[in-house]
Ligand binder design. Structure first.
Ligand code: PMP
Length: 445
């Protein structure tokens, strides 16, 4: 039960009022693409076509769609405790979930603050970093360092540390005191790398330059996605993240990993921090935490950060921050059921086992028309196409539309195809993704 799709094959006539996010509304509304139900690796479109999900929704449905265990956990929870406040009150859900998550996170990241999205998790982590230093009497540490081509959601904090011009330029002066590291993408050095590229660890040393410029005593935190997802799957060079970690340690700067995409098995390990063997001080997650079924995000904090707040000399509330829906009962139920599935079915391990086949399949596209780079790690991949002269992004969008017409959902950012299928994907579905893209590329001008 529960999943009762709109079975009409008619395009609805009420499309006008919904102001769609990150979408060319006018274009979409003349040629809508509507999904009405989903199961496992597939969506069903409004015209009753099966669409292979090459993007796990928006990088979130890691265990596949409409898993009955998650559906029933949410349903039962909704009938038992629909809402419970977590300000000066509690209910068992978030306590149990946080305890469980703390077993899954890298050692030392044992405290969990719940949010409702990745954007909220990012802004929470940035505020935690600033307040942490202040609690310790280092209130001069106010600067935040992000990275070019970083995506950290759409809150004012997130767009300030983020490095995507259109996401920033319409919105005023943003946070002050933000610097950006250079991104690590380099086609001359690293095109067609298998997995982790060899060149570029030294780009982390730019952080030393920023420290030299401003003085360490002014810098609160550095935030990076271990693998930048939304700007086209940029894999960090070998040794790069460790080098950032070392510089942060040398200067008392907190390192934040934004694992909203990489968390919960995308690379075949629970977190990218595990994959790279580099642990941050704060880690943001969302998406795969609930398999996308209910909105939820979280920040994992290192013990000494939590303890700093608890040791605060002022009695009472330690952190003036929170959301009405922090630790929402339905989200907790969805997350518990999701973690059960990940564990029971060994889904992270499945991703790890499939990764070599994925790599081979993705790199078989070398030589296809327009392809200038292929990147992969775990079950994520970027396929970079040459831009059509004078029309950046158009070839990517044409590719997206043609794939959708052929029954495959991909995501494009400019002229880069980003792939991140549910982690339960099998070999023939991987072959279907790659052969569809290969066929489509031959048709594009
Ligand atoms: N951080 C990263 C790395 C993300 O990829 C995203 C979403 N794609 C976010 C933050 C923001 O998450 P949300 O859309 O849930 O606010």
């Amino acid at each position: 039960m529960v999943n009762s799709p709109v079975l009409s094959t008619q395009v609805p006539t009420d499309l006008e009022a919904f102001w769609m996010p990150f979408t060319a509304n006018r274009q979409f509304k003349t040629q809508p693409r509507l999904l009405v139900s989903a199961q496992g690796m597939y969506y069903t479109s409004h015209d009753q076509r099966q669409i292979l999900d090459g993007t796990a929704g928006l990088w979130c449905v890691n265990a596949g769609h409409c898993r009955p265990e998650i559906v029933s956990a949410i349903t039962e929870q909704a009938a038992t405790l629909d809402f419970g406040p977590t300000f000066q009150m509690g209910h068992p859900g978030p306590f149990h979930l946080a305890h469980r998550l703390a077993q899954l996170t890298p050692p030392g990241l044992d405290y969990v603050f719940f949010t409702n999205s990745g954007s909220e998790a990012v802004d929470t982590a940035l505020k935690m970093a600033l307040a942490y230093h202040r609690q310790r009497g280092e209130g001069s540490r106010v600067r935040l360092i992000g990275r070019e081509r970083g995506y950290h959601g759409v809150g004012f904090g997130g767009i300030s540390v983020g490095g995507i011009a259109p996401n920033r330029k319409f919105f005023g002066s943003l946070l002050t005191g933000v610097d950006h590291l250079p991104h690590t993408h380099n086609l001359e050095q690293n095109a067609f790398s298998l997995g982790i590229p060899a060149w570029g660890a030294h780009l982390a040393d730019e952080l030393e330059k920023i420290v030299a410029l401003h003085d360490a005593s002014t810098i609160a935190a550095v935030i990076v996605e271990p693998v930048a997802g939304s700007t086209g799957v940029l894999i960090p060079p070998q040794g790069y993240l460790q080098r950032l970690r070392d510089i942060c340690d040398r200067h008392g700067i907190l390192l934040i990993f934004d694992e909203v995409i990489t968390g919960f098995g995308r690379l075949g390990t629970a977190f990218a921090a595990d994959y790279f063997g580099v642990a941050p001080d704060l880690m943001t997650v969302a998406k795969g935490l609930t398999n996308g079924a209910i909105p939820m995000g979280a920040v994992f904090a290192r013990d000494r950060i939590y303890q700093t707040f608890m040791d605060s000399p002022t009695a009472g509330i330690e952190f003036f921050h929170g959301y009405t829906y922090s630790g929402h009962p339905l989200a907790c139920a969805a997350a518990e059921a999701t973690l059960n599935l990940y564990e029971r079915d060994g889904i992270f391990h499945q991703a790890q086992a499939m990764a070599p086949f994925w790599q081979e399949a993705i790199h078989s596209l070398k030589g296809s028309p327009h392809v200038v780079d292929l990147r992969n790690l775990g079950l994520v991949a970027g396929i970079e196409l040459a831009s059509r002269p004078g029309q950046p992004g158009q070839r990517g969008f044409d590719c997206f539309q043609a794939c959708y017409a052929q029954g495959l959902l991909i995501r494009v950012t400019g002229d880069i195809i980003a792939l991140s299928p549910p982690l339960i994907i099998n070999k023939s579905q991987i072959e279907q993704i790659v052969s569809t893209i290969s066929d489509v590329l031959k048709t594009l001008d």
